[in-house]
Design a protein around this ligand. Structure first.
Ligand SMILES: NC(=O)C1=CN([C@@H]2O[C@H](COP(=O)(O)OP(=O)(O)OC[C@H]3O[C@@H](n4cnc5c(N)ncnc54)[C@H](OP(=O)(O)O)[C@@H]3O)[C@@H](O)[C@H]2O)C=CC1
Ligand SMILES: O=C(O)[C@@H]1CCC=N1
Length: 280
């Protein structure tokens, strides 16, 4: 895996975002943190509320509709929902033909984007919402037509949101989507369950929440720093005949591990289906 390093602002191109919602805002925040000028960022966002949020949070001046201002962008980040990507491409495409295109949309494949935009230089990134606090994890994929220098531009942009790694096979992005793209939601799901159980056992909600969040953060940091696999780290917590053993046995008896794997496969299938349904 290639780890990112801090990106010098001069290495960042003029970037246009098509769609200015959650993910675009997270990436724009990272870019600005890394020294990108707001004036070097264009955003096309039809929603008035979202435009106002971008203006007040990041100091950018979003456009309500596609126009000539987009033409100066060297990189265009497509941050619209998969369901509307094709329409967005029809609206903005004529203004951004010369750019390198970077899509963060789940499921939508490069071949569809090439067809809609008539441009060969297309890459994809699958980020996640911890990008909001610069702790994101993105997987990147680029078509062969994307040059080495353009791959570096993609890296420079996504490095502003956290870590990244490259995948060689575009299909792997559906697995990435199921794992790290949707992954924060799984963590929050378990967090909610742990807090509910803690409250049920007599802790206050703030106590249970603080204990649970610190446990996730601590366990993740331990795993990150450790050379040992998670199974070994898990065994270290699990005393023979102790409390953890009782809990893990209950999880196994309920089939939680298997259900969790099935859930992730469902997410991967959905990513693939989005590509089929909205990539035509
Ligand atoms: N949220 C996440 O955790 C992640 C999301 N993604 C991907 O990022 C993409 C964006 O997701 P997210 O930011 O959550 O979604 P949002 O709905 O928050 O943002 C999308 C924005 O695009 C706007 N929009 C709609 N139509 C157009 C158009 N024709 N041209 C320009 N903008 C348009 C929407 O406006 P309006 O609301 O008014 O329709 C909305 O503000 C999706 O494809 C998703 O798969 C990838 C990884 C993680
Ligand atoms: O739920 C979704 O479809 C998007 C993609 C990954 C995270 N959110």
């Amino acid at each position: 895996m290639r780890q990112n390093t801090a990106t010098p602002a001069h290495a960042l191109p003029v970037i246009a975002f098509i769609g200015g919602g959650n993910m675009a805002s997270a990436i724009i925040g990272g870019l600005i943190d890394q020294g990108q000028q707001a004036s070097q960022i264009e955003v096309l966002e039809p929603g008035a509320e979202a435009r106002e949020a971008l203006r007040s949070t990041h100091g950018v001046e979003p456009l309500p509709e596609a126009g000539a201002a987009l033409e100066r962008a060297q990189v265009v980040v497509w941050a619209v929902k998969p369901q509307v990507f094709r329409d967005a491409a029809a609206q903005a495409g004529a203004h951004v033909r010369q750019a390198l295109h970077l899509s963060v949309a789940a499921g939508i494949r490069c071949d569809s984007i090439v067809r809609w935009l008539g441009c060969e230089r297309v890459a994809r990134a699958m980020p996640n919402t911890p990008a909001l606090v610069r702790k994101g994890m993105s997987a990147l994929y680029a078509r062969p037509a994307v040059s080495a220098a353009e791959r570096q531009s993609v890296e420079a942009i996504m490095a502003c949101t956290g870590e990244f790694l490259w995948v060689e096979n575009e299909k792997q992005l559906d697995a990435v989507t199921a794992l790290s793209g949707s992954g924060p939601a799984y963590v929050f799901y378990f967090l909610e369950a742990m807090v509910r159980a803690g409250v049920g056992m007599g802790l206050s909600e703030p106590q249970a929440y603080r204990l649970a969040v610190a446990t996730f953060a601590g366990a993740a940091e331990l795993a990150r720093r450790s050379d040992e696999p998670p199974a070994v780290l898990r065994q270290r917590v699990t005393s023979k005949g102790g409390t953890t053993h009782a809990a893990l046995q209950a999880l196994e008896d309920a089939g939680v591990g298997a259900s969790f794997e099935a859930a992730m496969h469902a997410a991967e299938r959905r990513a693939h289906a989005l590509g089929d349904a909205f990539g035509a």
